[in-house]
Write a protein that binds this ligand. Structure first.
Ligand SMILES: *Cc1c(COP(=O)(O)O)cnc(C)c1O
Length: 438
């Protein structure tokens, strides 16, 4: 062994059987199949060997990898202050939606009329609930996600034809997926008009012709262009005599006072959009889904297209979406609307509990974010407790897993997206993480 090897902490890694015999791992692994246990140990060791995991965090990492409740998906307390965090599964469901998921898990009448035993329209009561919330829509359709709604619209209305769209609205929706590639994959051609910062009604008018399938209006939900800008509104676009497909992204069904610049389905339909498409798990606060709302004949055409079967939504989504629509305030809206005053009081209470446990965690003013496709640049004033940056990894690997925000080498714990009933769990997690340091 060279001198260098002695210095390398990776050389100090325990063996697989030593880890399997660790009392904490033995305790956490009761009832778990030995193969899964061993796989968790091997994966964690591989991470440590690759230098991505500190050796002293190994045991915690193995325990965190063990499946609970049949899924290895781990519950996360979102202390980032980012309401819609795509990597954390976007919208947390309302408890009623969670109960609805459970109710729908077995056999259900999702596509069946108990009255006479005949086939019924899939998820009809969820569609009715959607139309009750958006009377401006004549009909509605629910598919797998917002991207699927757009693909279905493009395939049905513009395959082999043109989609007229402003260059200022050609967004990348995340993880390298671009709206342009998505739409072109349907066999529609994009007819781009205007420039990044300015597009006028005449640009659209000049581009419209016999090849036009529809005009696409996109709300750029993850960025905003500032300065010398102009875009054409749905109202004007609807005067051009071709269908207008309007992608609001965020899923607001009616205006939300805390986000005055965010479009909503009702307003854009009233302004003349033929159909509006949206996500279910952004500002609507429901399960992953894509909504299509608007003119009956167009929604009908989308529903009848063979592709609709490939983007069909499952019974769990149908159930959770219906419960979400009935909930007075979703967790997403509650987090969005949480007042600075309430957040400050909760953060000070947290600070008090930490001080009592001799953890130094000053209260600082921070700005939260809507995140994940909604209201770019709209700051949400709030509060956080500030911890040393190295606590972030311990909080992530603790039980429960707490994901905090790292900003300028500080670890910030923001309670905006934490259910108030979990505040105590957060302080316990911080105390545990802080004491593990010594
Ligand atoms: C998020 C978003 C999409 C994609 O919706 P998914 O539900 O994530 O598939 C499409 N368009 C816009 C404007 C969006 O914000």
């Amino acid at each position: 062994m060279t001198h260098h090897d002695h210095q390398d902490p990776r050389r100090r890694l325990p063996r697989v059987d030593a880890l399997l015999a660790d009392p904490a791992i033995v305790a956490a692994g009761r009832g778990i199949h030995p193969t899964l246990l061993k796989a968790a140990v091997q994966r964690s060791l591989a991470e440590a060997r690759a230098g991505r995991l500190a050796p002293e965090l190994l045991v915690g990492a193995v325990i965190e990898r063990l499946p609970q409740h049949g899924t290895t998906l781990r519950r996360v307390l979102n202390a980032t202050g980012v309401v819609l965090h795509t990597n954390l599964g976007r919208a947390p469901l309302h408890p009623d939606a969670v109960r609805a998921l459970e109710a729908a898990a077995g056999y259900v009448d999702v596509e069946y009329a108990v009255e006479d035993g005949s086939r019924a329209r899939r998820g009809r009561r969820t569609l009715e609930a959607l139309l009750d919330r958006v009377p401006a829509a004549e009909d509605a359709l629910v598919v797998n996600n917002g991207a699927a709604a757009l693909v279905l619209a493009a395939t049905t209305l513009a395959q082999g034809r043109e989609i007229v769209v402003s260059r200022g609205e050609l967004v990348e929706i995340g993880d390298g997926f671009r709206l342009t590639s998505l739409l072109e994959s349907t066999g529609a051609r994009l007819r781009e008009v205007g420039t990044t910062n300015r597009t006028h009604l005449a640009d659209y008018r000049d581009a419209i012709g016999p090849e036009t399938g529809f005009i696409l209006k996109v709300h750029p939900s993850n960025f905003s262009v500032q300065g010398f800008t102009s875009a054409v509104g749905v109202h004007e676009l609807s005067t051009l005599g071709v269908p207008v497909v309007a992608d609001i992204g965020s899923g607001l069904l009616e205006p939300e006072p805390t986000l005055p610049d965010e479009p909503d389905a009702t307003t854009w339909l009233r302004q003349g959009a033929t159909i509006v498409t949206a996500s279910g798990d952004k500002l609507l606060g429901g399960p992953q889904a894509g909504l299509v709302l608007g003119r009956a004949e167009v929604v009908h055409a989308l529903r009848r297209h063979p592709l609709a079967r490939a983007v069909r939504v499952d019974k769990l989504t149908i159930a959770a979406l219906e419960a979400t629509l009935a909930a007075p305030v979703t967790p997403v809206l509650a987090a969005l609307r949480a007042s600075g005053e309430t957040l400050r009081r909760r953060t000070e209470d947290l600070h008090g509990r930490l001080v009592a446990a001799r953890v130094d965690a000053p209260v600082v003013e921070v700005s939260g974010l809507v995140g994940g496709g909604g209201a770019p640049g709209v700051p949400l004033p709030g509060w956080a407790v500030q911890l040393p940056a190295e606590l972030a990894a311990r909080l992530r690997l603790g039980r429960p897993c707490v994901v905090a925000r790292i900003e300028r080498d500080r670890c910030l714990v923001d309670l905006r997206c934490v259910d108030p009933t979990d505040d105590l769990l957060i302080s316990e997690a911080i105390v545990a993480a802080a004491s593990a340091r010594h």
